[in-house]
Design a protein around this ligand. Structure first.
Ligand code: SF4
Ligand code: SF4
Length: 242
């Protein structure tokens, strides 16, 4: 049993094609401001928050690329199950620091350099605070520590990106995010995918397409607590999941 069933994703892809939702998604991406980016990949250091329509788009992109898909899924599994031990780079970044899904990369990647510095650092402080609260919750519930490196992990503000015009305000960034939510709503309203409506990173979407959410989380807790079973369990999962 999976949280995101394969036939549901296929139905979503067909529906998105029929209703031209992918075209509308690409129009939103095309209307984003440009900027001068060196492409160093220093910002591609964690899983990014993603909308449902973007997950469907990336899933569709990988469907006809079996080798790339397997390479990405291997990294996604490592990222998810080892997340409390070490923070790995975004699983879609290759060894040359390039994005392996560049054409379909999510909105958050496209907007990264456009944040105002004060907004970016404020958001980062909030994330770190939430991470610390989550570490305490995990400690009290399961009796182990999420590593300090993971809890305090920060991708620094990019000083070298130069926006084409001005940095975007929060409301401008949210306007783009709202446009994606409208596309998501089209899919949710159709009732063709049966998942909770909540924030997910691209890694969580893919993991839920492989394993039931609760099962995945229980395994993650187990391998985080016990380093003796860790590698064996993760390698076994890779053999049976895809
Ligand atoms: S936004 Fe900044 S950190 Fe990211 S690739 Fe461009 S120059 Fe590098
Ligand atoms: S999806 Fe691509 S652009 Fe976005 S963080 Fe990952 S590697 Fe970077």
């Amino acid at each position: 049993m999976t949280s995101i069933k394969k036939n549901h994703v296929v139905n979503c892809i067909n529906y998105a094609n029929e209703k031209k939702l992918f075209d509308r998604l690409n129009d939103i991406y095309k209307n984003l401001p440009n900027g001068d980016c060196s492409g160093c990949g220093n910002c591609c250091m964690e899983s990014v928050g993603t909308n449902l329509i973007e997950f469907i788009n990336i899933y569709n992109y990988l469907e006809n690329k079996p080798e790339l898909k397997k390479m990405c899924l291997d990294k996604i599994v490592d990222y998810y199950f080892l997340e409390y031990i070490e923070k790995k780079p975004c699983p879609f970044k290759d060894k040359y620091n390039r994005c392996m899904i560049y054409d379909v990369r999510p909105l958050n990647c496209r907007l990264f350099g456009h944040w105002k510095k004060e907004d970016y650092n404020k958001n980062l402080d909030n994330v770190t605070q939430r991470n610390r609260e989550y570490r305490d919750l995990i400690k009290s519930r399961y009796g182990f520590d999420i590593s300090d490196k993971v809890v305090n992990y920060r991708i620094n503000y990019c000083e070298s990106f130069i926006p084409e015009h001005k940095y975007l305000s929060k409301s401008q960034r949210l306007e783009f995010a709202d446009s994606l939510m409208t596309l998501d709503s089209n899919i949710y309203a159709k009732g063709i995918i049966d998942i909770d409506f909540k924030d997910r990173g691209i890694v969580e979407y893919f993991i839920e397409s492989l394993l039931h959410e609760d099962t995945a989380y229980n395994i993650k807790i187990r391998v985080s607590k016990d380093d003796k079973v860790r590698n064996r369990a993760i390698n076994r999962l890779k053999k049976i999941l895809y």
